[in-house]
Design a protein around this ligand. Structure first.
Ligand SMILES: [Zn+2]
Length: 172
């Protein structure tokens, strides 16, 4: 998939505007038959939404009539199609590595309560810091804002024109 350039001009920052941008894995044309269960993460698709209910998923998976299709989050992970990146760097990181990873994971848990499709794809230790990839733009934004709120530092948001994708650079 061809993706647009990245910029930070005025306009692309406005969240309402960003919210209207399409997610190519969740288009309005992209409805699934009901019920559908994701065979990878066991999310259930009903009333045009994916939700988590392991008991229901187990019952549905035993029913031959249930459709089995990977959910958008599992497809993004399989296609390696992140919609958010957070680069955490600086001297602060080496001394607070665990703490920072815990903050990232806590934000994922919070996001999952509202939307089970907002997940971490990668939390990698890299030279000089931590590289995080997410299945949604908003999860990366939340992590960036929480880093800034909790530890100050410098945060920079770079958005991609035309589709949801943000690179958050945080350094301290
Ligand atoms: Zn899934």
């Amino acid at each position: 998939m061809v993706r647009g350039p990245i910029g930070r001009e005025k306009g692309v920052f406005y969240e309402q505007e960003r919210n209207r941008l399409p997610d190519p894995y969740i288009s309005s044309k992209n409805h699934f038959p009901e019920p559908t269960v994701c065979p990878t993460c066991k999310l259930v698709y009903a009333k045009q939404h994916w939700h988590k209910n392991d008991g229901e998923a187990t019952l549905l998976l035993n029913d031959k009539k249930t459709h089995k299709t990977k959910c958008p989050a599992c497809r993004k992970i399989e296609d390696n199609y992140p919609m958010g990146v957070v680069n955490i760097s600086g001297d602060f990181v080496s001394e607070h590595f665990e703490e920072l990873v815990n903050l990232v994971k806590a934000e994922e848990r919070r996001a999952l309560e509202k939307n089970p499709l907002e997940r971490l794809m990668k939390v990698d230790k890299v030279d000089g810091g931590i590289h995080v990839e997410t299945t949604s733009e908003s999860l990366a934004l939340r992590i960036g804002r929480m880093l800034s709120k909790s530890y100050k530092g410098n945060t920079d948001f770079k958005f991609r024109y035309g589709d949801k994708y943000v690179i958050v650079d945080w350094a301290r």
